[in-house]
Design a protein around this ligand. Structure first.
Ligand code: EPU
Length: 426
């Protein structure tokens, strides 16, 4: 099969305007929440990315009519509630499929969701999701690789959802979605505070749920009898915005970003500021530019409002060109460093010790054939390619298509030399 790959001729300074799309990681749980609603849902700013298509396919199998509309719209309505099973075929393609667990259990009294395996960014357990369902009264077992959860009626509960790496984003989403139709009040302590969790809570409230405290570590949910449909616009994608900010900085360019929420990116902007990248708020847009000299910094990923793990690979790439040694520590997914070996092929000087990478700044990166391994690592390789001298070939770009809509077209629009070609290697 002819696989697409990117060919990038680096060195161009990027200049111009990019519109940031809707957030994939907000869109996915909100789409899954359609399973809870008795009425039509119309979503706006749904990104046209592969993960959204995977979840749409799963929802269709679960009896939801899903219609993509022009201009990033999507209409969802449940037509048949018989099927309660999320097959391994789809779950293995996309771990976020786990977010149908809570809605199926709450609405259909039963959920069979294939247990997601590990992935390129490390082990990704779902024990906290399961714990939350059990605390609301569900019977949960693992049968032939499927999580099988059953409950005639879930009840509210007080629960602590922290794990060894802090809060869990989709675990909080699952607990919240199960609790909205449970009998009584649920309190989630150590809830994830990510903007995507807030977006899900706001969406559910518009459908008639009663959730408060979203955006703080304590979320309170009063169960209701029924949810209706609504119209809702997804928040802008903060990770996409951050990636384009690094694209401006690493090419010593100047980009104006439309549909960008700076309040969702404060920890990231704090680090960019320390590096010497200027981020200014305009009337409707955000302007990003960088001085020639990049300062080395220390970065540690943390749950929101800390520095996002989903921007670790991108800032690490920028720091490859800083004037001195930087330290990047990954506290959410300690093995999320597959980009390190690929960046080294392009001349980066990186030394990994467990969850920490010492980045020794170099004068330049050089183009090379490299392999994308996961979504954000692939974005990092694109950024490296934009800055490198010569030609970079990136294989396995299906990873990047999972979460960035037409990244090649957007970058070409601001002056990058990047082509999508057929005939890449697996
Ligand atoms: N964890 C557990 N047990 C659980 C769940 C999580 O130990 O039951 C651990 C994880 O292994 C990890 C930490 O808790 O060490 C946090 O993981 P989290 O559950 O928050 O991750 P997630 O909800 O599965 C979402 C995003 C990821 C993003 C993480 C962290 C979606 C669809 N995915 O995953 O996004 O990295 O939160 O912010 O929202 C991406 O977009 O590239 C991506 C991987």
């Amino acid at each position: 099969m002819a696989l697409p790959y990117f060919q990038i001729n680096g060195g161009n300074r990027l200049k111009g305007k990019i519109r940031v799309g809707g957030a994939k990681n907000a869109a996915l749980p909100i789409m899954a929440a359609s399973l809870l609603c008795d009425g039509e849902i119309v979503l706006r700013d749904i990104p046209d990315v592969a993960d959204v298509a995977f979840l749409a396919e799963l929802l269709q199998k679960l009896g939801v009519d899903v219609e993509r509309r022009p201009d990033h719209g999507m209409r969802l309505i449940v037509r048949d509630e018989m099927n309660c099973k999320a097959e391994y075929e789809i779950v293995r393609k996309m771990r976020a499929s786990i977010c149908v667990l809570g809605p199926l259990l709450a609405k259909r009294q039963k959920a069979l969701v294939a247990m997601p395996g590990g992935c390129a960014i490390g082990d990704r357990p779902v024990d906290i999701h399961v714990r939350a369902m059990r605390q609301m009264g569900a019977d949960v077992e693992l049968v032939s690789g499927d999580i099988v959860a059953k409950a005639k009626k879930l009840h509210g509960a007080e629960m602590f959802l922290g794990g060894p790496f802090g809060s869990t984003v989709l675990g909080t989403a699952n607990a919240m979605m199960a609790a909205v139709l449970a009998e009584g009040v649920t309190v989630i302590e150590m809830a994830a505070c990510e903007p995507e969790v807030v977006d899900l809570a706001d969406f559910l409230n518009q459908c008639g749920a009663s959730i408060s405290g979203q955006g703080t570590p304590r979320i309170i949910i009063e169960g209701v009898k029924q949810l209706k449909g609504c119209e809702y616009r997804i928040i802008p994608d903060r990770i996409q915005a951050g990636t384009y900010m690094v694209a401006a900085a690493i090419t010593n360019g100047e980009l104006e970003l439309e549909n960008c929420r700076l309040d969702h990116l404060l920890a990231f902007i704090d680090r960019l500021d320390a590096v010497g990248v200027k981020v200014e708020r305009g009337e409707q847009t955000v302007l990003v530019s960088s001085s020639r000299r990049l300062e080395p910094v220390e970065v540690t990923t943390q749950p929101f409002p800390g520095f996002p793990t989903d921007l670790q690979a991108q800032i690490l790439t920028l720091l490859c060109l800083a004037d001195g040694n930087s330290i990047v520590t990954e506290k959410i997914f300690p093995d999320r460093f597959l980009h390190v070996a690929e960046l080294s092929r392009m001349g980066a000087q990186l030394h990994r010790a467990g969850p920490t990478v010492i980045v020794q700044g170099v004068k330049r990166l050089v183009g090379a054939p490299v392999m994308a391994s996961d979504l954000r690592a692939s974005a990092a390789l694109v950024l490296a390619g934009l800055a490198a001298r010569g030609t970079t070939i990136i294989n396995r770009i299906y990873h990047i298509d999972r979460g960035y809509e037409q990244i090649d077209e957007k970058l070409r629009g601001v002056g990058a030399e990047i082509e999508r070609r057929e005939g890449g290697e697996e």
